[in-house]
Design a binder for this molecule. Structure first.
Ligand code: FES
Length: 109
């Protein structure tokens, strides 16, 4: 179990990027906060495998209601990671399992 940050250090709604080991590999990952819930994903778009963001910690669309890939504007559902619009429709972001323990966002073991 690895502590990533305090929940309140992620804007609501908003996201933060981290580095973490996923399946034995060091990866870029991000965590989206929505109220008291968090949703984590590997920062790799299923379209061409590029990082989704162009600016630090910017992972949401203008309305802050979906995850946005800034490369070709695919949209993803925050809760499920499923692509809802764009070139990778039918595919999903790779989950990065996180939970909140005593106000800390932690990577699930
Ligand atoms: S790389 Fe994400 S939509 Fe093309």
């Amino acid at each position: 179990m690895k502590t990533l940050c305090r929940l309140e250090s992620i804007p609501d709604p908003g996201a933060r990027e981290f580095r973490a080991v996923v399946d034995g590999e060091k990866r870029r990952v991000f965590v989206v906060r929505k109220g008291g819930q968090v949703f984590g994903y590997v920062n790799s778009c299923p379209h061409v495998g590029a990082p989704l963001n162009l600016e630090d910690d910017k992972f949401l669309d203008l309305f802050q209601t979906s995850i946005l890939c800034a490369n070709h504007f695919a949209l993803f559902d925050i809760e499920s990671g499923a692509c809802t619009r764009g070139p990778c429709q039918g595919r999903s972001l790779q989950p990065f399992a996180v939970e909140i323990i005593d106000g800390e966002v932690v990577q699930k073991a």
